[in-house]
Design a protein around this ligand. Structure first.
Ligand SMILES: Nc1ncnc2c1ncn2[C@@H]1O[C@H](COP(=O)(O)OP(=O)(O)O)[C@@H](O)[C@H]1O
Ligand SMILES: [Mg+2]
Length: 552
């Protein structure tokens, strides 16, 4: 009964296009990718009916001549790579040469393009397999018009959400580009109405304000750090704002927006108990990673990357973010983070004030409703949840001793010892710290000439890549950063213990007990939340009081 037949080329291309171009926003993404690869400094996007009637992207990039223009809509034609080797060093956003041909197979596409030194531009129209080309007056750059998207693949159209939802996706995609290209201007309009307008060189902060509203950045802490493997910068959200999904966590790797589980996990882990377990932080985080260890060719829409040294990236990312969190005062309240980041003298003063010992020596501590403590602080007044405070302190202490004990007691021999290929300098650091490494669970023999052979490893980490881990550990040993780790089961056990042994709400505390409790809190750093992620204290700044009383 059955008879195998080869599908016509036009059908094959439609099927393939369906995989990548599922919705209008992916057309927008591919066209902006191309404009950025063409070195545009201004990109204007016009959308009609959420992209189903029109998607128009105009750039002032390098443009194309007639030959390239005709080739551009052919499948697998690209100017960006020549061989598979080039994939290891690809610096452009595109590299597969599929986007324009896919889009062309499911729409009516018109491209007008002119290079700087050409007298006239060229206009290409592609409709139902027919290419036509003619000369036309045009500015330097490229203008791509995609009309009647999906009209030839009605099934695809059926799966689209409401127009509002589809346009929301377009806004999100354009926003990602606005945030990852600080020197490019963008405009976006929908059905003739302007939605986004960003000038080239408009600052990151202005871009954030423009996209998310003025107060959003107040909850972000700006930072920039460099480790041996990574350069990480951007904004990380105060734990006070958190979300049930990671939709507010924008992660870019070498300028490409990615949805990368490894980096999401590293960032979330860095927050430890600052967030409730099921919540994600907000952030706009840029990772700069050596291109050789990033594989960009793993996702059909290029939305993810893979690292050849995942453990290393994970640890580096986690510790860097953790450092940022540790070095900032994270007391819940309505503190303006933006202001404390100002590099001016006033900014420095404000920062010192934030870090000043919170509780003023002799100020009274009041207990309210047998539940909360209130006292004057250097910065205003602070409310404490007596149970959460005690729970957080106990948890931190339990965890510290737990981590120590566990590493000391549990170490397993390796089936085949590992000969470590370290630089002479790293070798010295390793032998200098061998005692410390023993307490963590790592043991080494000398191969004879000083080359270390690893014989025992910590049970807790037995399934890791030890060569990588040790190399990284040596890095952090030389910078004296502690390495911390705790599994989820132990975490739950410790938080249960802490909760059960802490002072309860409803318990009356005398003056000494109150003072004692808050003194313990100020002597520990990084205690802003209980193990469940709820705040232990909430500060109202004196400025907020002034404002409430209309003193300014
Ligand atoms: N806006 C543009 N400006 C200049 N050249 C472009 C533009 N868009 C596409 N091109 C050219 O067309 C080629 C094919 O584009 P595309 O199908 O998106 O594949 P890719 O971006 O993966 O190379 C690109 O390699 C580039 O040379
Ligand atoms: Mg492309």
């Amino acid at each position: 009964m059955t008879k195998i037949k080869r599908l016509p080329k036009s059908v094959i291309s439609k099927i393939a296009a369906g995989e990548v171009i599922e919705r209008p926003c992916y057309v927008v993404k591919e066209l902006i990718d191309n404009a950025i690869d063409a070195k545009a400094t201004q990109i204007d996007i016009e959308i009609v009916d959420s992209g189903l009637t029109l998607i128009s992207v105009t750039d002032n990039g390098v443009g194309m001549g007639e030959t390239d223009l005709v080739l551009s809509i052919e499948p697998h034609t690209t100017s960006k790579i020549r061989s598979t080797d080039d994939l290891n060093t690809v610096k452009t956003l595109g590299f597969r040469g599929e986007a324009l041909s896919s889009i062309a197979s499911i729409s009516t596409i018109t491209i007008v393009s002119k290079r700087k030194n050409d007298d006239v531009g060229k206009k290409l129209t592609f409709n139902n397999g027919q290419v036509s080309i003619r000369s036309i007056g045009a500015p330097t750059g490229t203008h791509v018009k995609v009309q009647d998207l999906f009209s030839s693949v009605p099934t695809r159209k059926k799966f689209l959400k409401s127009q509002r939802t589809e346009f929301k996706h377009i806004i999100e995609i354009v926003s990602d580009f606005v945030l990852s290209n600080s020197t490019i201007g963008f405009t976006l309009s929908h059905n003739g109405k302007n939605t986004i307008a960003i000038y080239p060189n408009q600052s990151f902060l202005e871009r954030i304000n423009n996209l998310y509203g003025e107060s959003y950045a107040d909850n972000l802490i700006s930072f920039s750090t460099t480790t041996t493997y990574l350069q990480i910068s951007g904004w990380i959200g105060h734990p006070q704002i958190s979300f049930a999904t990671n939709s507010k966590l924008l992660v870019f790797v070498n300028g490409r927006k990615v949805s990368n589980t490894l980096l999401f996990a590293a960032i979330k882990e860095a927050f430890e108990n600052l967030l409730e377990p099921a919540m994600y932080p907000a952030g706009i985080i840029y990772f700069k990673v050596p291109q050789q260890i990033v594989d960009v060719n793993i996702h059909p829409r290029k939305e993810d990357v893979r690292f050849s040294t995942p453990e290393l990236i994970y640890q580096s990312a986690k510790e860097s973010i953790k450092d940022v969190l540790t070095n900032n005062n994270l007391t819940f309240g309505n503190i303006s983070w933006k202001k404390s980041e100002v590099g001016s003298h006033a900014g420095t003063l404000l920062k010192e004030e934030l870090f000043a010992k919170e509780i003023l020596g002799n100020s009274e501590i009041i207990q309210i409703k047998k539940l909360y403590l209130v006292t004057e602080t250097a910065n205003g007044i602070c409310f404490y949840d007596q149970h959460a405070v005690h729970e957080a302190i106990l948890f931190r202490k339990l965890k510290q001793s737990f981590i120590k004990k566990r590493h000391e007691s549990e170490s397993v021999p390796l089936d085949s010892p590992i000969l470590l290929k370290l630089s002479l300098a790293d070798r010295e650091i390793l032998w200098d710290n061998s005692q410390l490494l023993n307490t963590v669970g790592y043991f080494f023999d000398d191969f004879g000439d000083g080359t270390p052979i690893m014989t025992m490893v910590p049970q807790l980490l037995h399934d890791r890549n030890h060569e990588e881990l040790i190399t990284e550990m040596i890095e952090s040993l030389s910078s004296s950063k502690p390495i911390k780790d705790i599994d989820h089961k132990s975490y739950r056990m410790l938080s249960y213990l802490a909760c059960r042994s802490a002072i309860k709400g409803g318990q009356v505390l005398d003056e000494n007990e109150r003072r004692d409790l808050l003194a313990q809190l100020t002597n520990e750093d990084f205690v802003y939340t209980c193990p469940h992620g709820r705040p232990v204290k909430f500060e109202v700044s004196i400025n907020q009081l002034h404002k409430s009383f209309k003193r300014r």
